[in-house]
Design a binder for this molecule. Structure first.
Ligand SMILES: Cc1ncc(C[n+]2csc(CCOP(=O)(O)OP(=O)(O)O)c2C)c(N)n1
Ligand code: SF4
Ligand SMILES: [Mg+2]
Length: 290
């Protein structure tokens, strides 16, 4: 890439999200972060599942893989292991990432593989027209909770902490600049990084609106006494605070899975010649014969 990368180099299809959807801000924030990091789009893969949020792969000009509902993380991990030179970013929703994809989330976090997971958390299933999601607030009324949800909402930040993730942040789509800074730090972090973005669904969630979030969030990046290196501080803030904490909540450097299992001196697996001579093939068959 010779010329300096600009935002418009990353534009692709025009988003079909509803006007005002929080996902526009997340998309803009990712583009800004990539431009600041001067990453070559040829070395970026965005991997998504299914949902309004997961359509982001179609709106960002890089390699993309729009997978199955709940399955972006296994695909993203495989891509990273096959070619660790790539920047791999998962864009998912609260349903995709914390419901059907929940098992993959916990295991990717504890494996500490060097990928970034951006959750557009709107506390509802947007694409399928407004069913309650695992992050829906208590008493949230929807087609599937006509008397209001009685389930305790899942907190992706607390779960990531418990699972051993090394970078955990939360952003708000009402502040693109802050969201973009957190995404930039998440991409730079060596290891599994989560950004849980509070991304209002203006069509199906009339409870958690932009105004509601403005009144109910607090930014730990503006709190000089907050220690983002302490897991206890992060847990306390996630579970005890009356307001929803946003900002860099936890950061710890530790060995990544990819660094530990790959022999990087051989170059990316994807470029290795895996063909076998007939004699080598026969030796292998002999070895694994009953
Ligand atoms: C295996 C499977 N189950 C269910 C669905 C239907 N489905 C598609 S998207 C979705 C929920 C998406 O919610 P979320 O990830 O929060 O995305 P949003 O649309 O809110 O951005 C569901 C249940 C599906 N496509 N595949
Ligand atoms: S339904 Fe909700 S999440 Fe989906 S595009 Fe519209 S506002 Fe966004
Ligand atoms: Mg959702």
């Amino acid at each position: 890439m010779s010329e300096k990368l600009t935002i418009s180099d990353l534009d692709w299809h025009k988003p079909t999200w509803c006007p005002g959807c929080g996902d526009y801000a997340l998309l803009a924030a990712v583009k800004q972060a990539i431009v600041r990091l001067e990453l070559d789009p040829k070395n970026i893969v965005i991997v998504s599942g299914i949902g309004c949020s997961s359509k982001l792969t179609d709106y960002f000009k890089s390699y993309g893989f729009h997978t199955l509902h709940g399955r972006p993380l296994p695909v993203a991990q495989a891509i990273k292991l096959a070619n660790p030179d790539l920047t791999v970013i998962v864009t998912t929703g609260d349903g995709d990432g914390y419901a059907i994809g929940m098992g993959h989330f916990i295991h990717a976090a504890r494996r500490n593989i060097d990928i970034t997971m951006l959750v557009m958390n709107n506390q509802v299933y947007g694409l399928t027209k407004g069913q309650y999601s695992p992050t829906a607030s208590i008493d949230f009324v929807s087609g599937t909770t006509p008397q209001g949800s009685k389930d305790q909402p899942i907190d992706g930040v607390a779960l990531a902490l418990a699972s051993g993730a090394g970078f955990i942040a939360r952003s708000f789509s009402g502040n693109i600049r802050h969201t973009s800074q957190l995404i930039e730090e998440a991409i730079k972090h060596k290891g599994f990084a989560l950004v849980d973005d509070l991304s209002p669904c203006v069509t199906f969630n009339k409870l958690n609106t932009y105004t509601w979030f403005k009144q109910n969030i607090e930014n730990v990046d503006e709190d000089k006494s907050y220690n983002a290196e302490s897991v206890i501080s992060a847990f306390n803030r996630a579970k005890e605070s009356k307001k929803i904490p946003i900002g860099l909540l936890y950061k710890e450097e530790k060995p990544t899975y990819d660094d530990q299992v790959l022999d990087k001196s051989r170059g990316p697996l994807v470029f290795e010649d895996l063909s076998l001579e007939q004699s080598e093939f026969e030796k292998l068959i002999e070895k694994f014969k009953y």
